[in-house]
Design a protein around this ligand. Sequence first.
Ligand code: MRU
Length: 338
Amino acid sequence: MIAPIRWQDGRLVLLDQRRLPGELVERAHADWREVADAIRTLAVRGAPAIGVAAAFGVALAARASRAGDGDGLAAELAEAIAGLAATRPTAVNLFWALDRMRRTIAVSRGMARAALADRLVAEAQAILDEDLAANRAMGAHGAALVPAGARILTHCNAGALATAGYGTAVGVIRAAQERGLVKLVWVDETRPVMQGSRLTAWEMVQEGIPHRLISDVAAAFVMRRGEVDLVVTGADRIAANGDTANKIGTYGLAVLARHHGIPFYVAAPMSTVDPSIASGAEIVIEERDAAEVRGVAGRETAPAESPVFNPAFDVTPAELITAIITERGVFRPPYAFA
Ligand code: MRU
């Protein structure tokens, strides 16, 4: 099974997703700052995976601390949590996981540093294990929505690479494939960073799932030809009313799916639900470097002086979402996650 994040011999081992599909490179990290950098630069990406990696980052900070007393240690851990939280703003799983680590630190006050570090490693491992279990449960709930011979369209990478393993949207596809229901997966390449072509297509090849890669602009055409039975995507943050932030381009797909009468599903663990915000209007959308849009794979395809707008995510209004698949079951509108 594809395992993008693991704890080994006191280090966090991350599969460097920037090098896929060409190379399978793993890097071992002992410093939380390296983990923050890996999140910022997309070596590890995908909402649940970011949360798991950040949780281990906090554990690394405790292991590396040379603070002379409990107050010094607490200050170093607070600095690490703040540094990890500042990496990417949209995926709520990051803040959810860091809050969980903060609570673990709070209830472990007075513990010796080595014991606290062990406790934090165990908590991060629990977050990883729970995510894997949630993905398998989500897969089972989601597969029940997939008709036999399904042609499924997905966007970005919400697969094993984006999670502790197995995947959310791709987890639903995996579970449907295990039940013999999948005829074809349409994989959107997902400009500008190509998570679809670089990562989802790679996962499809690893798993032997029949798929076809399309440029994002081809999605409308394949829907019009009647060749898509359902769309399933992941999520980075789901507001209390069901509005969902996900990779840029998701909203457009939801509009297209509604126009063509195709069900549009979102698959995400409850750790992606943010009940503290009423609607998607409150979601902070990350804007990334202009170079991602001005070029492809490091090669310039636009004038260097052209101004760029590069939002990494968009928000799909709840009314366009047929159902939200979670580990606790399938939610249908009206959504009321508060
Ligand atoms: O910028 P990324 O690659 O981190 O964006 C990832 C997505 O938008 C995924 O669809 C989302 O995080 C769900 S991952 C299970």
